[in-house]
Each structure stands twice: as C-alpha cells, then as structure tokens.
Design a protein around this ligand. Structure first.
Ligand SMILES: [Zn+2]
Length: 390
C-alpha cells in the first residue's frame, strides 16, 4: 500500500500540491530536500525521476535513499515551511504514457510468445526492451498492432495489492523474486506485472505505441519503441527528414527510396566512367614522358590512393623508371604515396624512407604505399637518394 507520504501513488495525476519541508541539507548533488508528502516520483522500476519545483527551488532529481524520498534541489528551502510544489508535468506524463505502453507491449509479447522482458531502459528518446526469445520483424509488427488495438480499446489500468495467497495463484510478470506487499499493475487482457511506477488511468491515454526498430540481440530480440506524445514528436522529426530528402531528390515522399536507389546507381556509373577517363589521362600523360629513367618522382594533384597505384603501376609497366613514385597531397606537407620498384629492394627502402620522412605504410611484391609528412623537395631528395645505387 502506498505510504502516507507517497502522493504520486495515491493520485498519479497531481501536478501541483502543498507540502511541508521536513529536511534540507546540502549534499554533493545539491540541496537534499524532504517533504511530509510528495507527488515527485523517485526513480525506480525503470521509470525516470520527476523534476519540477519546490517553492522557488528547482528539483533536478528525485531518489529513494534508504526509506526516505530525497528531492535534489538547486537551492535550499526552509525546514518547517509549507511550500507550493509543481511537477514538470510534461516529463512525468511522458513517462506515464511510455511506461504504461511498455506494460502493454511486454505483456502481449509474454502472452503470445512466453518471452520475458529481461532488459528495460527508458531514456529521453525512446524505450529499449530486450526480450528473452527471437521474434521476426513480422511478429514484432503483429505485437505492435495488437498493442495499438489495446490502446484504442481504452482499457482501465488497475493497481492490485493481492494477499500472499492470491499472489501465489496469480499469473503475473516480475523481474525479480518479490517479498512483502506486492503492487501489481493490471491491464486486463494485456498484462499483469509487478511494478512500482506511475501509470495512466486508461490505455487510451497512451495514444500510440510505435516500434522504431527490432533486432536480434544476445539470443533474443531488442525492440526500440516510443509511446504517446513522444511518438508524435518522433513522427514529426521523421517527416521533416523525409521532406528534406524528397525536396533534394524532387521525388514524392513515398518514392524517396526508389529515388535514392536510382541516384546511387547513377553515381556508380559515373564513378566507373571517372575511373576509365582517369586511366586514359594517365595513358596520354605517360606518352609524353621519356623511358628508361632510374628514379621517377611525380607530385600529382588530387589523386586517390587507388589512382596513385594505377598511375605508378602504368608508368612502371611502360618502363618509365626502375623506381616510380607518385604522390598526392592530402594536407599541407602530408602526402599519400605509391612507389613501384624492384621487389627485392622495396621492403627495406620503404622502412628507410618512412623513418626519414615521418612516414607510415608498406606493401609487398615491389609496390609500397602509405603517407609521408615532409615537404615535396625533401621527399624527392630522399627517394632519389634511397635508390641512387640502382
Ligand atoms: Zn509500470
């Protein structure tokens, strides 16, 4: 049974109330205030703590500490004074909607598949539930449909305090072994669960239960969902993103998937074309270069590592140099490089050059690649010097 100072149980819909301050002490998390009666819910059972105001003091957190309910406030309040208290109702009601929605969802999963909710987390964005067995996307969608039917049916949400005997015969969900007086939250036809949270009076108040994702997780299923106004907010955000993409692609909102697929396919074709054109450019440039040099070092603008490799390999195959190094700047005095040369020399040469040029990278079969941190002239000199004996 609710304790005498637990107004949040006696009436979970109280938003403002008067209470007398019974204690106020400064602690590490602010001023720790206690009241003779409180509507502030202390975090527990997966439900977040209430915030709000006690007099002029802002309540940032509410916790059960031993047998006491402590409100963590930003300033002190006078002990013995009667003060007006106000809950951050938007936050509390959001918690009630989401918490109650979770009951219906988990209860239906338990009823239909026998799986337990083995992990529950509720933060400012959504609810995460881990169920003890695997459900397909379709099965999760089925539960979501049923849950929303239960919302539409506007079922009264009850709180029961069964005797030990009644409890023994009762089928209910619980996350742990319970002793003493047990509080059972009852949503007829959907769920019966031991719970210490605050709930809406009827399921209709939940408004909407929307699954955002479901995935396999540790041999079971992790489901993320939102309820109530939070679901509306989530929907608004998603519509905003869809509209953005829809405008960018000049596609109708329900056709953006196909439009993105087409755009990506076009991009791939373009990429292939760029690769072919780049190869042609390398081919043409190479025709203007003499053959037979000992060491060729080229600094090119804006080449990717793949392009560096392709160019260096081409020049080497065409006999432009015994060693061909092609580099492209990625930042000031930072260069990506590919060097192609005699396989027997390249391992040691690469190590030496990395040491001299603050470099990294390596390779095999006569081709090494990586990056150097030095200026172009230092790099040219170091590479020419390295292979001077060729
Ligand atoms: Zn609950």
């Amino acid at each position: 049974m609710a304790e005498m100072n637990e107004l949040f149980y006696r009436d979970p819909y109280v938003r403002t109330f008067e209470a007398t301050v019974t204690a106020c002490e400064e602690g590490p998390k602010g001023f720790e205030v206690e009241l003779d009666d409180t509507a502030f819910y202390p975090e527990g059972g997966g439900q977040l703590a209430d915030h709000g105001k006690i007099g002029c003091a802002v309540v940032n957190d509410t916790r059960r500490v031993g047998g006491r309910i402590v409100h963590f406030c930003d300033k002190p309040v006078n002990v013995g004074e009667k003060v007006v208290c106000e809950l951050d109702w938007e936050r509390r009601y959001d918690n009630m909607q989401n918490h109650s929605g979770e009951h219906i969802f988990s209860g239906l999963v338990h009823k239909k598949f026998g799986f337990d909710n083995v992990g529950f987390h509720m933060d400012d964005d959504f609810i995460t539930c881990d169920f003890s067995g695997v459900m397909t996307k379709e099965e999760v969608a089925g539960i979501e449909r049923e849950a929303n039917e239960a919302v539409a049916a506007n079922i009264p949400v009850g709180v029961l305090f069964p005797s030990a005997e009644e409890l023994h015969d009762m089928d209910y969900r619980s996350k742990k072994e319970l002793s003493g007086k047990v509080r059972i939250v009852d949503v007829p036809g959907c769920d019966r669960c031991a719970c210490c949270g605050t709930h809406v009076k009827t399921s209709g108040e939940i408004g909407m239960i929307k699954v955002l994702s479901s995935m396999k997780h540790r041999g079971g299923t992790r489901v993320e969902f939102v309820c109530g106004l939070r679901a509306i907010r989530d929907y608004e955000r998603r519509i905003g993103e869809v509209q953005k993409v829809s405008a960018l692609l000049s596609a109708k909102p329900f056709e953006i998937g196909a439009a993105v697929e087409k755009t990506l396919a076009d991009l791939e074709l373009r990429d292939q074309k760029i690769v072919e054109l780049t190869k042609k450019i390398f081919e043409i440039k190479s025709q203007f270069m003499p053959t037979g040099a000992k060491v060729v070092v080229l600094f090119e603008e804006g080449l990717t590592p793949l392009e560096l490799r392709s160019y260096a390999t081409l020049l080497s195959e065409k006999g432009k140099g015994k060693v061909v190094a092609v580099l492209s700047a990625t930042a000031s005095d930072t260069w990506s490089y590919v060097i192609v040369g005699p396989a027997a020399l390249m391992r040691d040469a690469s190590r030496e050059l990395n040491k001299k040029l603050c470099g990294r990278g390596g390779g095999s079969n006569g081709t090494v690649q990586g990056s150097y941190k030095a200026n172009a002239e230092t790099i040219r000199a170091a590479i020419e010097d390295q292979f001077a004996a060729l």
